[in-house]
Each structure stands twice: as structure tokens, then as C-alpha cells.
Design a binder for this molecule. Structure first.
Ligand code: SF4
Ligand code: SF4
Length: 246
């Protein structure tokens, strides 16, 4: 595949290449409007996602209800490998790149790590048409719901970008995460890009819930709003059909 890409790596070829190496979703977005000054020389975002396995042992039933961790270290490692492949490929063609890691480490001492918070994966994925920001504040894909881990590579390579980015949510009348949230942190409000990336979530209430859960399961997780989401539940079970309210 590297040979096939040696001449002109188109967005389609890069997508196929990354899918072959384990990506679930690959998209390309024009993010020039959302870039901080330090990053404006790389206006194309390659958004990558890998789907989560069924909850399995990441789902813990406690006396106060279920708790779910959506942290999958192996998936993050695979995303980083995909990023390395892509960065290597684009750099070998003379393009500039910056890989924003899957779970940007706030304690990463490297200078480049200071740039990571300047660019959220949500910007890349929505501009690439791969998902919208759900009422639960997470990226939601039509096929996989919020059960994906994400990474981004910014570049100045002239790749064809998505012509139909998400600029607003598609949750519609669904309010399952709103009702399921044990801390009442989720407002029943649809995301709109015009309002920025800040979701309608009471972050402090969510944080308090996670701290409570840490006492129960030893980890500051909750994830009930992920479990509750009907989007992508069919893909998880290997069946088809839309079962979410409109
Ligand atoms: S993680 Fe838990 S507390 Fe936080 S918004 Fe989701 S359901 Fe609510
Ligand atoms: S549960 Fe419903 S409202 Fe919440 S993110 Fe999923 S689709 Fe949107």
C-alpha cells in the first residue's frame, strides 16, 4: 500500500490505508476556522476513530447502579500507531503534521504537548463529517454512537475534505442520556457549532458523580450516558435497524 501511495496520496487512498490497519472511521475536515494561531499552517484535520468492544468487564454493577469505563488503553495505543503511520507517510512527502494523541496527557512534559489543548478531537470529527456532539457532550457517530475513541492528525497536505461537516447535533427528540444521568448533569439541548464546542453539561456535577464512583470502583468513571445512548447500539450487537426516538 505504501507503494500505491508513493505517487499521489489522495484522501481516499489514505482512508483505505488506515482502515486496513485497524481504523474504524477516517475523515478529513477543513478546520481552518477553528485553529489557534500556532496551528494555522495546518488547516486539514485527519480524524481517526476506533470502535469500542462490548462493555464486558468495563461495566461494573454497584449497589448504586452501573458504572462504565470507556478508557481502552489498547485502543489508544492502536490509534497512536495509526497516527505514526500517517505522520510518517505525509512527512515523507514533505508535508507538515502534528498528531494530537487520543487521550491528550496533561502531564506530558514535552513542549509540543502544550499545543494539544488548542485543538480538540471534536473539531476534527465534526468538520470531517464523522459525528456530532451529542447532548451528553461526547462525539456521537451515526453508526457507532458514542462508543469510539478518537485521535487527530493536523497537516498542510492538500487532501480533499468533507463537503458536509456536522454543524449541529442529530439527537433530535432523544433524551435517554438526559434521563439516565445520575447527577442530572445533562441538559436537553442540541449542540450547535455556532455556539462553539462547549456542551450543555454541568461539568461540576459530572465530576462529583465520578468522584463518588471512585470510592465504589477505585476509578473516577461513570459512563452511564454512553451506555444509555441508543445510537450505535445496533452495531454493537451486530444487528441493524434504527431504534432511537426522533
Ligand atoms: S458521565 Fe455520568 S455523571 Fe457525567 S454526564 Fe455522563 S451520566 Fe452524567
Ligand atoms: S442518548 Fe440520545 S440525546 Fe443522548 S447523546 Fe445519545 S442520541 Fe443524543
Amino acid at each position: 500500500m505504501e507503494n500505491a501511495l508513493a505517487i499521489t496520496p489522495s484522501a481516499f487512498e489514505i482512508e483505505q490505508y488506515l482502515l486496513q490497519h485497524g481504523a474504524t472511521l477516517v475523515g478529513f475536515g477543513d478546520v481552518s476556522e477553528g485553529l489557534a494561531g500556532e496551528l494555522q499552517h495546518m488547516p486539514v484535520a485527519v480524524s481517526l476513530a476506533i470502535k469500542h468492544p462490548p462493555p464486558g468487564k468495563n461495566l461494573v454493577h454497584t449497589t448504586r447502579g452501573a458504572v462504565y469505563s470507556n478508557r481502552y488503553q489498547q485502543i489508544d495505543l492502536l490509534l497512536e500507531q495509526l497516527q505514526k503511520r500517517l505522520v510518517g507517510l505525509l512527512k515523507s512527502r514533505g508535508y507538515r503534521c502534528l498528531a494530537i494523541p487520543p487521550d491528550s496527557d496533561k502531564h506530558d512534559p514535552r513542549f509540543v504537548a502544550r499545543l494539544y489543548p488548542l485543538f480538540p478531537h471534536k473539531t476534527a470529527a465534526t468538520c470531517a463529517g464523522l459525528g456530532w456532539i451529542g447532548k451528553n457532550g461526547l462525539l456521537v457517530s451515526e453508526k457507532y454512537g458514542p462508543r469510539l475513541s478518537w485521535a487527530t492528525v493536523l497537516t498542510n497536505a492538500p487532501l480533499e475534505v468533507c463537503a458536509s461537516p456536522y454543524t449541529s447535533g442529530r439527537c433530535g427528540k432523544c433524551r435517554r442520556c438526559v434521563e439516565a444521568c445520575p447527577s442530572g448533569a445533562i441538559a436537553d439541548v442540541e449542540w450547535s457549532r455556532a455556539e462553539g464546542l462547549v456542551p450543555h453539561i454541568d461539568a461540576a456535577a459530572c465530576r462529583r458523580q465520578m468522584e463518588k464512583n471512585a470510592g465504589l470502583v477505585g476509578e473516577d468513571v461513570c459512563g452511564i450516558c454512553i451506555l444509555a445512548c441508543p445510537r450505535g447500539a445496533a452495531a454493537l450487537k451486530g444487528v441493524t435497524g434504527n431504534r432511537w426516538p426522533r
